[in-house]
Design a protein around this ligand. Structure first.
Ligand SMILES: [Zn+2]
Ligand SMILES: [Zn+2]
Length: 340
């Protein structure tokens, strides 16, 4: 069945581009854009070629390079002027640097380039939906390159990067395993709509990857859970033993301070948790057919709903998904949905 889409003026009456709150994600903490080669700058022509690689047809070379991880691709780009010319001619690279420059800058800043290729970022750029819930996803989670919506990245466990010690405790993995998983180094700054200041540069690991590594290591979710519980119990037992020992010896100036081992999960303030915002950049959708860029918009009828889906002010829509939203929850009169 063909959907009846709203006209531009109807859309303007029923939607708005963004809430008044600022998100304070990684975009808001990246250094201001300075001089950038390739940004309208006239560069000298290359006088050295790429050696054996120049034998390949350009299209084949572009195809190969777009599949390299971004860390390697950026290294290759630094080889000489011909390498810059070739990298900047890759159609996927051009689209990403033109429409989603902060995604690339963010990936290189938090050092996740070795897990993400230019091709993957481009594929995400051309897909509108959040990978978790199917709504329009206006953001990219760049620890592993997943398109997400605000509600998913601020609420789902998957998009909460973990400190290494937390991942070890939570999934029973060791440092050697963690070293093989996607991890990032945060940029100090202000994060989350609550504007939390973070002065340290944190090393954080992708939660989903650590969870899967834990299950692989222990054989099943229940075996992993049991292992984690046993380790916690052992640590608590050891703490109780040492505490009794200190008490028996009597307290004095030489008494050691004992800290109860952390066994419970850390508090997660969801949309108030700054760590959830450290690997998030705003990310438009590039419609492959029309080549138009969409940032998504919000529904006036949901503007005052702050509790839960399906009517929630943080949900974003495209022209098509908004028509479906109105069909499901009714047209909007006086700023509210009404089922006819
Ligand atoms: Zn979502
Ligand atoms: Zn609505």
């Amino acid at each position: 069945m063909e959907e009846e889409l709203l006209s531009k003026s109807q859309l303007e009456d029923l939607t708005y581009p963004c809430p008044r709150l600022r998100d304070f994600i990684l975009d808001d903490n990246l250094p201001a854009l300075g001089f950038s080669p390739g940004n309208g700058h006239i560069r000298k022509l290359p006088n050295v070629d790429l050696g054996a690689l120049d034998v390949l047809p350009l299209e084949l070379l572009q195809g190969l390079l777009s599949q390299l991880n971004l860390y390697t691709l950026t290294g290759f780009r630094r080889v000489n002027r011909r390498a810059i010319e070739v990298v900047e001619s890759i159609p996927q690279y051009k689209a990403v640097t033109t429409h989603a420059r902060n995604a690339l800058r963010g990936i290189l800043s938090i050092e996740t380039g070795q897990w993400i290729s230019c091709e993957t970022v481009y594929e995400k750029l051309c897909t509108a939906e959040c990978e978790q819930c199917g709504d329009f996803g206006g953001y990219l989670y760049i620890l592993t390159c997943k398109r997400v919506c605000f509600l998913c990245f601020s609420e789902s466990k998957r998009y909460l990067p973990l400190r290494r010690s937390h991942a070890i405790r939570k999934f029973g993995v060791d440092r050697q395993i963690l070293n093989t998983l996607p991890c990032m180094r945060s940029i100090p700054g202000t994060y989350s709509p609550n504007e939390k200041k973070c002065h340290e540069r944190l090393t954080l690991v992708d939660s989903e990857s650590a969870y899967r590594a834990g299950i692989t290591l222990h054989g099943s979710f229940s075996a992993m859970e049991q292992y984690v519980l046993n380790i916690s119990a052992q640590k608590l037992q050891e703490f109780n033993r040492r505490t009794s020992q200190v008490i028996a010896e009597g307290s004095g100036p030489t008494t050691r301070r004992l800290h109860r081992p952390r066994t419970e999960d850390l508090f997660d303030g969801r949309s108030g948790n700054p760590i959830r915002f450290m690997a998030i950049v705003r990310f438009p959708w590039l419609n492959r057919v029309s080549q138009e860029l969409e940032w998504g918009f919000h529904c006036i009828g949901c503007q005052k709903s702050h509790c839960s889906r399906p009517l929630h002010y943080r949900r974003k829509f495209t022209v098509v998904s908004f028509s479906e939203h109105l069909r499901q929850y009714g047209n909007i009169r006086n700023g509210k949905h009404h089922q006819e």
